[in-house]
Design a protein around this ligand. Structure first.
Ligand SMILES: NC(=O)c1ccc[n+]([C@@H]2O[C@H](COP(=O)([O-])OP(=O)(O)OC[C@H]3O[C@@H](n4cnc5c(N)ncnc54)[C@H](O)[C@@H]3O)[C@@H](O)[C@H]2O)c1
Length: 311
């Protein structure tokens, strides 16, 4: 097997389980030396267990690769610094950062506490920021580096996941902006929206999907209707795409968002306005917006697809 990442040093956050573990194993198979970061807590983010990151390090070493464990939390500035420092201290350089760590606290918005909000936004969105922030000076100075962030189709709309959706769509905006900040230094920053059968499919998350589709009558993830007959999806599948984005085959790819869902992969488009009207002579006012021709063109084709049956 050609080792596409020989000589490279990579960090994967949340690499003790699920998609991150598969990313760390594949990076190591391709010759990268890997920092396996994981706090080792519950799906909600509570608790910690150092053996979770170490178990993946042991797997990598048993297969002949090089890895070290790091158990800092991505959710603080100091944790992000310690994670990046761990690569420099252990391996003397850093080339690849995969921001993957994640947690979940699904609740409909009228029940979501400040703690539920902060716990999720701090791990996903702030966690992506702090690791990127501490990697950026290194990448800028060495004129190269790759970052892969982990977004989600939940960002397209997912019942009872406002904290998670907001964080994940925040990661999309963050990716597109940091690609612009760092592109001039030969650094690439992309994101994936994965699907995978991991422990993240908690009973609470499966319930959010059931309520959306069976009770409220709209698709679970954006426009995608999930079915129990869907093919089995495994964490190795999105990991392959994430690692491919780190290789030179993708040296032309920056600021993009990809889908990785079982055997289907895809490139998401950048947002575009679907209907545009411009009034050259004056600002818009409510009476002008009410005019049938204007109203029909701009919003006449829409229906409120979420107003249906109440639970
Ligand atoms: N599984 C899916 O279908 C799916 C869909 C969309 C997005 N994602 C995203 O993919 C990523 C990986 O999820 P997964 O399905 O492999 O879940 P997972 O729970 O198996 O793995 C996530 C890992 O992140 C670690 N983690 C949590 N908080 C941390 C912190 N503060 N610091 C360091 N590590 C921490 C956990 O301990 C865990 O091992 C997440 O960002 C998730 O939101 C997953």
């Amino acid at each position: 097997m050609a080792k596409r990442l020989a000589g490279k040093v990579a960090i994967v956050t949340g690499a003790g389980r699920g998609i991150g573990r598969c990313e760390a194993l594949l990076l190591a198979q391709h010759g990268a030396r890997v920092v396996v970061n994981d706090l080792g807590g519950a799906p909600s983010g509570e608790g910690a267990d150092k053996s979770v990151a170490q178990s993946v390090v042991d797997e990598i070493r048993a297969a002949g690769g090089e890895a070290v464990a790091n158990t800092d939390s991505v959710a603080t500035m100091a944790g992000g610094k310690a994670i990046i420092d761990s690569a420099i201290k252990s391996f003397g350089r850093l080339d690849i950062l995969i921001n993957n760590a994640g947690n979940l606290r699904p609740k409909p918005i009228w029940e979501m506490s400040e703690e539920d909000w902060d716990a999720v936004v701090n791990v996903h969105l702030k966690g992506t920021f702090v690791c990127t922030r501490h990697a950026a000076p290194i990448f800028r100075q060495q004129r190269g580096g790759v970052i892969v962030n982990t977004a989600s189709e939940s960002g397209l709309g997912h019942y009872a996941m406002a904290n998670y959706s907001a964080a994940k769509e925040g990661i999309v905006g963050f990716t597109r902006t940091v690609a612009r900040d760092l592109g001039q230094f030969g650094v690439r920053v992309n994101a994936i929206r994965p699907r995978a059968g991991t422990r993240m499919a908690t009973p609470e998350v499966l319930d959010t999907i059931r309520i959306q589709q069976e009770v409220l009558g709209f698709p679970a993830l954006g426009n995608s209707w999930l079915s129990s007959d869907d093919e089995e999806i495994r964490p190795e599948q999105p990991a392959t795409l994430a690692v491919w984005l780190c290789t030179d085959a993708c040296s032309n790819v920056n600021g993009q968002v990809f889908e990785a869902n079982g055997r289907q992969i895809g490139l998401w488009p950048e947002e575009e306005m679907s209907r545009v009207i411009h009034r050259p002579d004056a600002d818009w006012d409510l009476d002008t917006l009410d005019r049938p021709a204007i109203r029909n063109y701009l919003i006449g084709h829409l229906t409120n697809k979420f107003a249906g049956k109440k639970k």
